[in-house]
Design a binder for this molecule. Structure first.
Ligand SMILES: NC(=O)C1=CN([C@@H]2O[C@H](COP(=O)(O)OP(=O)(O)OC[C@H]3O[C@@H](n4cnc5c(N)ncnc54)[C@H](O)[C@@H]3O)[C@@H](O)[C@H]2O)C=CC1
Ligand SMILES: O=C(CO)COP(=O)(O)O
Length: 331
């Protein structure tokens, strides 16, 4: 039986939701996008643009926006792009919760420590769940620049049907059945991108950044394996691929938050009044807790937590990281 995936909806009118709507519309498909902000709905419908979250780029006229989630009730599948900390609340308002959900947020829910697939499974137990994650800056994807991404779904047939529906000449999903692995890569890399931004802001140098990417990847791998992820997923697009992207570019909001910290600006000031999301700031403390619970050592993640709450200076966390007892590299 082939799966009906004619009508796709996108939930979330931030940069990535808008870019995903643009991807879907790029083959002439109509797509309905739910945005929380009335001004985003108006700008998309009236001006075919999203100046708040994805400025400059003209959007496809095939994208129609709505502020009412009930309008998505006849969609065959939903691409869900609300930030991690709001996913549960938004899914709970869906008019129907039995169609495939393609989860795009990269984070872990504070308080509950749930991964996004766990949040979705709790709120929408009847919905097939997929995770779409990889090295994908929204502005590049929206402009049609070549991009590869992981699409993970425990049900291989559903994953394949979704990948066929979403693939475009410039947008290539790779299939995986490792949902947890795809999620952990995206959540952990955001925290490590903050750390790489600190390296940049504090002028610690290229060697430090390469060391941080490698040792950060070791932390991601230890945590992922402890949570049942597959090593090849963590080494793939959604893990190492996205880590390399966000740890080397000021286009990353997480990296730029870290850069500010490295320059000595307090986190509270950097996070105040912002409309765009730096997921790593919310994920860092909950990831550190989850790692402790799993008995996994994540010293770089702990250092980011200390910097975010203003508990330590950059000099102190760097000195502590370098002074840790010597160990085998693979341990
Ligand atoms: N921007 C990018 O290049 C990419 C982002 N992502 C992920 O996609 C997710 C969404 O990020 P962006 O689209 O970049 O967001 P954004 O930073 O462009 O926009 C913020 C979004 O948060 C929403 N929001 C704020 N308060 C809310 C609330 N109380 N309830 C529900 N929604 C609320 C806003 O409506 C807006 O859609 C994040 O998890 C991010 O990590 C994934 C891949 C690429
Ligand atoms: O996830 C992203 C690219 O893959 C975007 O990174 P930031 O959220 O740090 O901007």
């Amino acid at each position: 039986m082939t799966m009906k995936l004619d009508r796709l909806g996108v939930i979330g009118g931030g940069a990535w939701g808008t870019a995903m709507a643009q991807v879907i519309a790029s083959d002439g498909s109509d797509v309905l996008l739910w945005a929380r902000e009335p001004e985003v709905v108006a700008a998309i419908n009236e001006g075919h643009s999203n100046p708040i979250f994805l400025p400059v780029l003209p959007l496809s006229e095939r994208i129609r926006a709505t502020g009412d989630l009930a309008d998505l009730s006849d969609c065959d599948a939903l691409v869900v792009v609300v930030p991690a900390q709001f996913l549960g609340a938004v899914l709970a308002q869906l008019p129907r919760r039995d169609v495939p959900l393609v989860l795009c947020a990269k984070g872990i829910e504070a308080g509950t420590r749930r991964l996004m697939s766990e949040v979705a499974a709790d709120v929408a137990p009847g919905a097939p769940i997929a995770v779409l994650s990889g090295p994908t800056f929204a502005h590049e994807v929206a402009a049609g620049r070549p991009t590869a991404i992981t699409l993970a779904c425990a049900d291989e047939a559903v994953g394949l049907a979704l990948a066929e529906r979403l693939r475009r000449p410039g947008f290539r999903p790779y299939l995986s059945q490792d949902v947890v692995g795809a999620e952990i890569g995206g959540a952990v890399k955001n925290v490590l991108a903050i750390a790489c931004g600190v390296v940049e802001g504090a002028g610690l140098g290229q060697n430090a950044r390469a060391a941080l990417i490698s040792r950060g990847f070791a932390e991601m791998t230890r945590f992922g394996l402890a949570r049942g992820a597959r090593a090849e997923t963590l080494a793939g697009l959604s893990g190492l691929g996205d880590l390399v992207l966000t740890c080397s570019s000021i286009s990353s909001r997480n990296f730029s938050l870290g850069k500010g910290l490295g320059e000595g600006v307090p986190a509270a000031e950097l996070l105040r009044d912002r409309r765009t999301v730096a997921e790593g700031a919310a994920t860092a403390p909950v990831l550190a807790e989850a790692a402790r619970e799993a008995g996994v050592d994540m010293p770089i993640v702990d250092a980011v937590c200390a910097l975010l709450v203003g508990e330590a200076t950059v000099d102190a966390v760097v000195a502590d990281l370098l002074a840790r007892p010597l160990k085998q590299e693979g341990a």
